[in-house]
Design a protein around this ligand. Structure first.
Ligand code: SAH
Length: 268
């Protein structure tokens, strides 16, 4: 997988992508990361990437020309124009970071992990000329319902989430199958509720609680079942805890499934 990060602050990425799993994946050649300075595609003396908004209003807007040219340079081909727009390679995505975009989730990360190449456009100021969202980006994506000052943190976050899903990136493949937002297997919770209504299991549960040594920390004990060595009991406990945690912290996820499963599991 190759990631291209298009930004006016190339030095921003010096730290976040040089640690842990992402660093190892780079070293192992699983991913390549190229940081592209947007200002290389400006033509004026001031190297301006932004301009005032048409129609008036606050702040500045990133201009379309340098962004289109940066992407065309990186892809080695023209995007075209309103009269003749070129189609992209199907395994390439051009992702515009945007607070007004579709929500990035673990499902999005899984979809991206199937691609060969991803280009990220990091906005700044008031945002980006809308023609970039409409005619250059293949998708406009938000990392959550809040507004940041730039798209660099969101892009680094997506590179991280996608990289750890690539085969070989995690030491232990099971790690990414048993974590928060994993897709529930058909055999797990019932696919229909008590009333016979189908339930959606797409979004998965949150992770179960983890414990390590010491078993007694300041008088707070590790749950007994984890020490007993009964694997079936441990698996059952973890599943119930994952359900309880999801109900407590994210009642918006799989609420109907959780209610059914917890009723079956009985009191805590
Ligand atoms: N005026 C815009 C916010 C611009 S913030 C609005 O109200 O929606 C400047 C840039 O930061 C954006 O262009 C985008 O690239 C990035 N950004 C801010 N919040 C983001 C979020 N939640 N997800 C992804 N990118 C975000």
């Amino acid at each position: 997988m190759r990631f291209d990060l298009i930004t006016i602050f190339p030095e921003f990425f010096a730290g976040p992508l040089e640690h842990g799993i992402v660093r190892k994946a780079r070293e192992a050649g699983l991913i390549q990361i190229h940081v592209q300075d947007l200002r290389e595609f400006t033509k004026d003396r001031h190297r301006s990437v932004d301009d005032r908004p048409f129609g008036g209003g606050e702040g500045m807007v990133l201009k379309p020309e340098p962004l289109f040219e940066a992407v065309e340079f990186l892809l080695g081909e023209s995007i075209g124009d309103a009269a003749a727009k070129r189609a992209l390679e199907p395994k390439t995505a051009i992702v515009l970071m945007s607070a007004a975009g579709k929500r990035f989730t673990q499902d999005t990360a899984r979809r991206y992990a199937q691609l060969d190449r991803m280009l990220f456009i990091c906005g700044r100021y008031e945002g980006v000329d809308e023609r970039v969202a409409e005619h250059l980006a293949t998708e406009e994506v938000s990392i959550g319902d809040f507004v940041l000052s730039g798209g660099e943190l969101p892009a680094a976050l997506m590179v991280d989430a996608v990289t750890r899903l690539l085969p070989g990136a995690l030491g232990n493949e099971a790690s990414s199958q048993n974590e928060s937002f994993r897709v529930l297997e058909r055999a797990e919770p019932p696919s229909v509720s008590a009333t016979g209504k189908p339930l959606s299991a797409d979004r998965g549960l949150l992770d179960y609680p983890h414990y390590t040594r010491p078993a007694d920390f300041r008088g707070w004990q590790v749950p007994e079942v984890l020490i007993g060595g009964n694997h079936a009991e441990v698996a059952k406990w973890r599943r119930e805890q994952a359900l309880r945690k999801t109900r407590r912290n994210r009642p918006d996820l799989n609420f109907a499934i959780i209610a059914v499963c917890l009723r079956r599991a009985g009191p805590a």
